[in-house]
Design a protein around this ligand. Structure first.
Ligand SMILES: [Fe+2]
Length: 415
């Protein structure tokens, strides 16, 4: 054990934050868990970002040596890093690749058709024409069926980003996530349908705002803010006129309200804001934070969930944030990650018993060069003691090392 770490009992050591490493299992902090972004009171360090957060919050933490993936008994015994790992491609979970491919193939037609329908609705709206509620409702019913049959594939598509058509793509992502969330939480079919429609249409009023305001890199002037703050009112006006149901109209009107009452346009507090509007606010932020926008660099899912968590109770509904983070999990399918080997991979499947060790497809070698796709179930790459030999080092943004989910998905579908 490192001289600066102190043994507390048979299974626990106290470690200064400067000595933390991915693979250590943190079982206690030197402060209460409450008020930290960590959901679980005890977790395995997976990324350097988590170490950064611990460094911000604590001086030292307590590490469970039995639950850690790296040996902490002695500096001389480093099973995790010393063992050769170039034989880890012997295991090929080809079946998971096929499941991912089949799932994507089954949902892609309805997804693409919905994008097309949505874009034509936006065009009608731009020409001051009413949106056809029955056409969109019918389309969202097809999407909901696809979510019920293949939620993970729909969630995957919400990770595929292109840097153009942000508005329609963003609305689609929010809509799909809203339906996946509604199904996950056991909402009724009617509620799930409203969630999908609200996701598509909540920001309709923004199309009334001049592009130079929406894409302005610097801060908005007071008059520009006033114009921008009117978009929920525009949304409500047109959705009501187009005949959409009350829940969807309300979600568009109240999606910028905050639990602490500092939102707009009505400054509603807590549960005074309808639940669907509270959910859309979370999904809107989540997808925007993890997407490229002209005025902000996209962030990883880990960073986005951390921001949502920090805003619980003030900016975002506390209970819904908890449920959403529990739903998306630690490494959602369609996430780009760097492995402890230095290789770059895409998460293609989950292991319910080892959520921190998913199934991945390695697409860049340790030097970050493109490589022949290799499929690895991290859960199965263990040493003689059953300890994982490869961990996820960090989550990466779309486009890191030239890897885009859009291209990977295309390649998966045609291969
Ligand atoms: Fe908005």
């Amino acid at each position: 054990m490192n001289q600066h770490a102190t043994r507390v009992n048979d299974t626990t050591i106290r470690v200064p934050v400067s000595l933390l490493k991915p693979g250590m299992f943190v079982c206690r902090l030197d402060r209460p868990w409450l008020g930290t972004p960590f959901l679980m009171q005890g977790f395995l360090i997976q990324t350097n970002a988590e170490i950064g957060t611990l460094t911000d919050l604590c001086n030292q933490v307590y590490v469970d040596t039995q639950k850690s993936l790296i040996s902490l008994q002695s500096q001389k015994r480093k099973r995790f890093s010393r063992r050769p790992i170039d034989d880890h491609f012997q295991y090929t979970p080809a079946i998971d690749r096929e499941i991912a491919k089949t799932g994507l193939k089954s949902v892609l037609p309805v997804y693409s058709q919905t994008v097309k329908t949505l874009r034509s609705c936006f065009q009608e709206y731009a020409k001051n024409q009413l949106i056809s509620a029955p056409i969109l409702e019918q389309q969202i019913d097809h999407c909901l069926n696809a979510v019920l049959l293949n939620g993970p594939a729909m969630a995957w598509l919400s990770r595929v980003k292109s840097h153009s058509q942000y508005t329609s793509e963003h609305s689609m992502h929010v809509s799909m996530l809203a339906m996946v969330f509604a199904v996950h939480c056991g909402w009724s079919k009617e509620e799930a349908r409203n969630a999908g429609l609200a996701g598509l249409l909540f920001d309709l009023g923004k199309l009334r705002i001049p592009q130079q305001i929406l894409n302005k890199p610097g801060p908005l002037s007071e008059s520009e803010w006033e114009l921008f703050h009117d978009h929920p009112k525009w949304g409500r006006y047109y959705l009501e006129k187009s005949g959409f149901n009350h829940s969807v109209v309300e979600a568009a009107y109240y999606h910028h309200e905050r639990p602490d009452g500092t939102g707009y346009p009505a400054k509603r507090v807590g549960s005074q804001t309808p639940i669907l509007a509270r959910l859309i606010r979370i999904l809107d932020s989540f997808d925007a934070i993890t997407s490229y926008r002209s005025y902000a660099q996209e962030k990883t899912i880990f960073e986005a969930t951390k921001l949502l968590y920090r805003g619980r109770g003030t900016s975002y509904d506390q209970h819904l944030v908890d449920q959403f983070i529990a739903m998306i999990g630690v490494y959602p399918v369609g996430t780009i990650v760097e492995l402890s080997t230095g290789e770059i991979a895409v998460v293609i499947g989950q292991n319910n018993d080892r959520k921190l060790l998913p199934k991945v497809s390695v697409v860049r070698d340790k030097n970050k060069n493109p490589t022949r796709e290799k499929l690895v179930n991290l859960k199965d790459i263990v040493d003689e003691n059953g300890q994982a030999r490869i961990a996820i080092k960090s989550m990466l943004n779309d486009g890191s090392f030239g890897l885009y989910m859009k291209d990977y998905t295309k390649q998966l579908l045609i291969s």
